[in-house]
Design a protein around this ligand. Sequence first.
Ligand SMILES: *Cc1c(COP(=O)(O)O)cnc(C)c1O
Length: 427
Amino acid sequence: MTSPVWHPFTQHGLNEPIPHVVRAEGALLHLDDGSTLIDGISSWWVTTHGHCNPRIAAAIAAQAGTLDQMIFAGYTHDPAEKVARELVEIAPRGHGRPDLAHVFFSDSGSTAVEVALKMALGHWHNLGAPDRHRILVLQHGYHGDTIGAMSVGERGVYNRAWSPLLFDVGTIPFPSVGHERLCLDALEAACAARPAPAAFIVEPLILGAGGMLVYAPEMLRKMAAICARHDVLFIADEVMTGWGRTGTLFACEQAGVVPDILCVAKGITGGAIPLAATLATAAIFDSHRSQDRAKQFYHSSSYTANPIACAAAVANLAIWREEDVLGRIAALSSGIARRMTALAAHCAFANPRQLGTIAAIDLITPDAGYLSDLAPRLRAFFLEHGLLLRPLGNTIYLMPPYCVDEDQLDYIFTTLVAAGDRFGVQA
Ligand SMILES: *Cc1c(COP(=O)(O)O)cnc(C)c1O
C-alpha cells in the first residue's frame, strides 16, 4: 500500500524503507514489527529526558482537559506566564550585560529565528535607523528551513532552488583553530561598515547541521564583545545547544555571554510537543513599546503559546529545578568521552570531537560529499543494527537522550566500530 505522506528530507524516488514507529519510552523507539531502535539522536535533537517522560505526559494530559488553545494576541494564560517568568530567570545573565527580560512565543526553531530577525530589524526601524537591516552570520551555520532562516544559514544543494528568494547576508569565517584572527577581523570590519549591520546570529560553541563543528568559548566571548562594542545586536540561536546538550543549561554560559536575543525551541518541552521562545532585552522590547500602533511587533501564528505546549514546558522546567539533570548530563558526557577515546583509535575514523552530550567523528572515505550515498548507506546499516542515527555526510554523530544507559551506550559504540570496519577506507 503506498502512502500519501510526503516526508521531510526524504528522496521518495529511492524507495528507501520508512520504518513505522508505534511507541516510545526512554531512549527506545518500538517499531510495528516488534523490534526496537535506540534513539541515538534524540529524535532529531529534541528529546532531552527521554521519550514519554511521565511528568511531561501527565502535564499535557491535564492541560488538554482544562484549556486546550486560545488566541494569544491580547489574552494570556497561566502556563505561558509561568514559562515566561522561569525562562527569564534561568536565561544567561550578568557580565555587565542587560538581562533577557521579555519572552515571545512561537512554534519551532525556525520561527524562533524568524522572530529574532524581525525583532532586530524592528528595533532599528523603530529607533529611526531603518538602513540597519543587514544580518551577519557565521559560515556553516544552520538556523532552520523557512525563507528567513535559510537566508541566514549556509547555502548549498539543500536550498539552491530557493536562492532567488534568500536575502543577502554578511558571512563571517568560521573560527576554526588557527583561523581565529580571520574570524574576529572580519567581524570587526563588518560591524564597523556603514550602514551598520542590524545583528549577528550564531549557534554558540557548536554548529549542528553544518557538521557538528566545535569552536572555543573564548571565541564566542570575543565575537559577542565585538558586537557589544559596535552596538550590533548579538543573537544566540540555542535551538540545538539549549537544555543541557553542551553540558550547561545554555551554551552561552560557558563563555559568559549574555546575548541581546536568545532563541530556544527543541528541548523546551523536553521534546514532547512543539514550542519555541525568543527572549529579548528590555531595550528591544521598549523600542516596540509606544503609543503608536505602527511600532508594535507584527508577528503571530495561530498556535502562539499554545497552553498544552506551555504546560509541557512548565513540567520540563520543574524537572530541571527538582531533578539532578546536570548531574545526569555530566555522567553521560564522561561515559561518551571514555568510549570516544577508544573509538578515535580506530583507523577508519578521524577528527573526534565532543561537547557535553554531543559527540561526532568523521569516517575516512574517498566519497564524502553531501550527496554521496554514504550517509543513507550508513543510516540503513545502523537501522539494521537497531540504532537510529542520521549521519551528516561522512560525519557520524551522537546526541542521545539523557536517560540512555551504560548498556545502550556500549551497544551504540560497538555498532560504530562495526560501521568503521564495514565502511571505512583505511588511510
Ligand atoms: C533545528 C534547528 C533550528 C530549526 O528548528 P526547527 O524546530 O526544526 O524549525 C534552528 N536553529 C538550530 C541551531 C537548529 O539546530
